[in-house]
Design a protein around this ligand. Structure first.
Ligand SMILES: Nc1ncnc2c1ncn2[C@@H]1O[C@H](COP(=O)(O)OP(=O)(O)O)[C@@H](O)[C@H]1O
Ligand SMILES: [Mg+2]
Length: 228
């Protein structure tokens, strides 16, 4: 695969089995995400956007087809290998923020860190730096309850970056926010895309966000309708 592709899917099919019925959420999807892309995945509800994002982030395996993430063919990895790839390479941002209510912003950002050789002072420094990058230097000791929706999502974005992943995947990150706050969140991600050179794939059904992407992937009924 060409070196600049950080994610590549070849004819990916994903089926879910529900009792005796089989739901074909992806029906043969091929695409390439390049290093440094800010890709936006759009499409109606049920079109397979979340399924696609899960497969791009190695949260799930395809039923058939090939998936390459950061140069690795994931079909060659066992579940442990997949978990390691995910931890090192991918950060996730969700619609519902998923912060721990009893921890403050700084502690939430540091949560995905493993006890490693990097000492605590370095970790705290990096977490503070990330909170600053998303404009929350004045909210580090606030708990989620004491933050607005947009601020909570900023904490979640900083947390997604704490392990320094190459890829950040965001599933409807503005879905619980008003339009103006949603735009600010996408702008914050775009800034990290440029300044921290992270590759972003952002799922949305809000078409006003399309202008932020350099690549637009339109899904319909589990198929790519167009990419441009
Ligand atoms: N875990 C699952 N089990 C069974 N069906 C699922 C599961 N997840 C998603 N689906 C189905 O797959 C299709 C695509 O879902 P999804 O990827 O969540 O779409 P989107 O994110 O675009 O709304 C839908 O028909 C959905 O009902
Ligand atoms: Mg979804």
């Amino acid at each position: 695969m060409p070196k600049q592709n950080i994610i590549e899917l070849k004819d990916v099919v994903k089926e879910y089995r529900l009792g005796k019925t089989i739901v074909r959420a992806l029906q043969g999807v091929s695409l390439e995400i390049k290093r440094g892309d800010f890709a936006i995945v759009a499409g109606p509800s049920g079109s397979g956007k979340s399924t696609l994002l899960h497969i791009m982030g190695a949260l799930d395996r395809p039923t058939s087809g090939k998936v390459f993430i950061a140069g690795k063919d994931i079909s060659l990895l066992d579940d442990w290998g997949l978990a390691m790839l995910r931890r090192k390479t991918v950060g996730f941002v969700f619609q519902t923020f998923n912060l721990v209510p009893t921890l403050n912003a700084l502690e939430n950002v540091m949560l995905p860190l493993e006890p490693t050789s990097i000492d605590d002072i370095e970790k705290i420094k990096r977490a503070k730096e990330l909170l600053k990058l998303v404009g929350l230097e004045h909210r580090m000791l606030h708990k989620p309850m004491e933050l607005s929706g947009g601020e909570r999502q900023r904490v979640a974005i900083a947390r997604a970056l704490i392990n320094n992943p190459e890829i950040v995947l965001a599933d409807e990150p503005t879905g619980n926010l008003d339009t103006k706050t949603g735009l600010q969140i996408v702008e914050a991600m775009r800034k990290l895309n440029i300044e921290e050179k992270k590759t972003f794939v952002v799922v949305t059904h809000d078409l006003s966000l399309l202008k932020y992407g350099n690549k637009h992937i339109y899904l319909r009924d589990g198929l790519i309708e167009k990419i441009r």
